[in-house]
Design a protein around this ligand. Structure first.
Ligand code: SF4
Length: 275
């Protein structure tokens, strides 16, 4: 098995493993054991090349829980016994991957497997368990029950909100979500588990978000500050499909992210930014 890990490349494959992919995470500042449950998404973000579901419908998803557990144990054994070439501290077990993980109805079982592994390898509270999600199913009971398990294993939910304006959500995430749904999910999930907002800022066809749009975003953050633990800002790194000639995506500058980060901090909200 190739045990080289790189900072820049987040491949969702590691050797012959189907579900588990260790990466060096810039955001977490160390090693993260990724779990890729589904290879498709019900959204179609302009900066993302994850395969999309047809007509916004998710095909039935069955995962091999036994195999997932075996692979997780295999990779954790490699880490615990210092077999990786890059020496980096384990920071998290992250349910994310090449698509939207909550499209897997067995996600609660996956959190139970992680709970067992955390116990088996005596992982300390320095190691988080993360769910990175677009939030589209957070209003559903099956997902909320799964998050109840996540909350017991040093869990955090990282909820993607790139804009709070419906027309922009349609343009960036190419889906239909309204602010009322987002707010409802935030209120419900924050009562169950630690909740962070993660937002991707970038240049879309040479243009950064307008001042009015950024202002709306800041007002929204201010309104939910008692529900969230913090905000993570980042910029685009994955390339969109090459066939989309009319869509030009470029990363936002470090200065831009830094300035925005300062404005969020001024609201009394913890915030970090990543290039
Ligand atoms: S960025 Fe996340 S929500 Fe958007 S299309 Fe990719 S996987 Fe889906």
């Amino acid at each position: 098995m190739n045990q080289n890990l790189h900072y820049e490349i987040h491949e969702f494959k590691f050797g012959k493993l189907k579900y588990i992919y260790p990466v060096i995470s810039r955001r977490l500042g160390g090693l993260s054991v990724g779990i890729n449950l589904v290879n498709y998404c019900n959204w179609d973000c302009v900066y993302c090349d994850a395969p999309k579901t047809v007509n916004n419908e998710s095909p039935p998803q069955k995962i091999d829980l036994e195999l997932l557990e075996k692979e997780l144990n295999e990779v954790l054994t490699l880490i615990i016994t210092h077999k990786f070439k890059i020496k980096s501290k384990l920071k998290s077990i992250t349910v994310a991957g090449n698509g939207e993980p909550t499209l897997c109805n067995e996600i609660g079982e996956v959190f139970k497997i992680i709970a067992n592994a955390r116990k088996k390898y005596s992982l300390s509270s320095d190691v988080k368990t993360l769910l990175i999600t677009n939030g589209s199913r957070l209003e559903e009971e099956i997902i909320q029950n799964a998050i109840r398990i996540l909350a017991t294993i040093n869990g955090e939910v990282w909820f993607k909100i790139d804009s709070i304006i419906e027309s922009s959500i349609k343009r960036i995430n190419r889906t239909r979500v309204n602010a009322a749904n987002i707010l409802n999910s935030i209120e419900v999930i924050s009562r169950i588990c630690n909740l962070y907002i993660q937002t991707c800022f970038f240049k879309f066809n040479n243009t950064l978000p307008s001042e009015a749009e950024t202002c709306e975003y800041l007002i929204f953050l201010s309104s939910i500050k008692n529900f969230i633990k913090g905000v993570y800002l980042y910029t685009s790194s994955r390339k969109p499909f090459a066939s989309e000639e009319d869509v030009r995506i470029e990363p936002a500058s470090l200065e831009y992210l830094q300035e925005l980060n300062s404005k969020i901090l001024q609201l009394g909200i913890k915030s970090k930014f990543f290039k």
